[in-house]
Structure formats: C-alpha cells, structure tokens
Design a protein around this ligand. Sequence first.
Ligand code: PBG
Length: 320
Amino acid sequence: MRRLRKNSAVRRLLGGTSLSVSNFVYPIFVDENIINKQPIKSMPSQYRYSLKTLVHEVKEIVSLGIPAVILFGIPKVKNDTGSVAYARNGIIQKAVRLLKSNFGNTLAVITDVCLCEYTTHGHCGILKENDVANDETLNALVKIAVSHVEAGADIVAPSSMMDGQVSRIRDGLDKDGFSDVSILAYSAKFASSFYRPFREAVDSKPAFGDRKSYQMSYTNAQESLREVELDITEGADIVMVKPALVYLDVIKVVKGKFSIPLAAYNVSGEYSMIKNASRIGLIDEKEAVLEILTAIKRAGADIIVTYHAKDVAKWLNEGI
Ligand code: PBG
C-alpha cells in the first residue's frame, strides 16, 4: 500500500475527498443592540455584527468565494411569545434586505427560523403549562419564515424541531407566492451539549428545563431517519444533521438512504473546542480543522455550515 503514498503528488492523485469553498455556509450573528462589532467570548474569533458593520464583513466572505451565510438575530426586546421574530422591521428582516441589496445573487442568504433568540424564556416555541406547545408554535414559525422571505431570503431553515414545521412553512410560502424559495430543514437536530457557546452568543439559554422534548436524544439514531423521511415528505429541499462531528454515523446513514442534498452543522461547541485546544498548543488548528471538515464531507455531507469557513477558504485559496 505504501507505493501509493510514495510522495505528495501521488497522494494527491489518489486523493479521495477534497473540500471546496463552494460547499460552505458561514453563520453570522446580527445584533440590534450594538453599533460596533463585538467579540463573542465563548467563540474565539467570532463576532456579533451590527447592521452598520455587517456589509463590510460579508464583503470579505463573498470575496473568499463562500456562497452562503446563515443569519441569527439578537433583538433589542424579547417577550414571552417571541413575536419580534416576525416584525417587518426586525433585525433579521433588515439584515436580509441589506445583504440582498448589496450582494444580490452573488450571495445566498439563509435564515434560521426559530423562536429561542426572541423569547424571554429561551425556549424554541410558545409555552403552555411549562412545555413548548407544538401547534401554537407552528403559526409563529410560518410568520417568521414568510417575513424573512418577504425581505429577500433565498432559503429558510426551520430549526425549532416542532412536528409539522416543514409542511406548514411550505404551505405558507406557496400561498404567498414564494414557491421558488427553498427549505433547509434542521431534520436531525440532537439535544446537544455542544450548542452552549452559541447560546451564550445569542443569550438563548432556556430559563428552565431543557430542549429534550423537542430536540432528539443522542441515544436514538433510528429516530433521525424518521425525522429526515418526514421532512422530505413534508417538502424539505435540503435536510441537515446537527451537530456534525459526533454524528458522523447519522450523516453516513442519511446519505446512503436518501438522495436529497445533505447539510451538516459543525456547531459552536465543536468550533470552540478546537480554537481553545490550539490556543494552548494541544493541536495544530489548521491540520485539525481540515481533518474534521474532510471527515464530515467524507461521511456524506454535501454542505457544511461552519464557523471555520473563512479560515478554510483562505487556506484553500492559497492551495493549502
Ligand atoms: C436555534 C439554533 C441553535 C443553534 C442553531 N440554531 C441553538 C439551540 O438549538 O439551542 C446552535 C448552533 C451552534 O451551536 O453553533 N434553535
């Protein structure tokens, strides 16, 4: 076997999986409360952007060849029902309009459709008797998705894990004349400890309890196939597995079973572990990031949502 690993040219020839900047989505936090960009303490080298600083940042992302961003909002006011999430002049609606008017079709704008950043209690839906009420939440999710698309979003990404969210959003979009807008469904989203840095970034830690009645259990891989199957039946255009790194098995099985485009979300905790480990010299950041993202792609992800996207794009553009 070593004949085929003889030198770097031979190894490259026999390459196998290679990363491409075209498959990356870069997550961006847009904050209504700030003027200058603010570092996110739990996520080294990541920032919350104001509307004023957003375009400059996205210019760099576009110039690196990254085709898409996914937006998360931090509103000025939160309430019990998270209703600012579908305000016409909400932070995400404004950010989408700004990005589409600046970048047009050179940038695909994806929006996260959820309530947890907008509710005072931090849960992903509307509460009834201290649990998230599925069907009441669906009404809000449809309003959020439509408001994002009215602002110009290309793809909406429902992430609250309510049953029926994809079909209700599909119907809502079609009824309003947006049948050309895609749905990227967070289909297999696990209740994961690896979201913690993100929750600090957007201040969405649940005030009580956890998300285990709507996000999936990591003990149950079988269920993720049912979630994916349902979302496809409901009209999803792209399905997602999240987190990525500790769910490579799920990515692989989903890829083998379904022919729909598959995304994987390399989440905040996975990102911050690498940043901190490399900061104290435990690992080489570039080598570790390339190994991890290649593994996610090798497992079967067509699209990778990752906070490392800008760094990797630079390395790829330099020929690694
Ligand atoms: C919204 C949402 C979350 C993430 C993406 N969308 C948080 C959560 O479910 O608690 C996490 C992303 C990350 O950790 O990078 N529901």
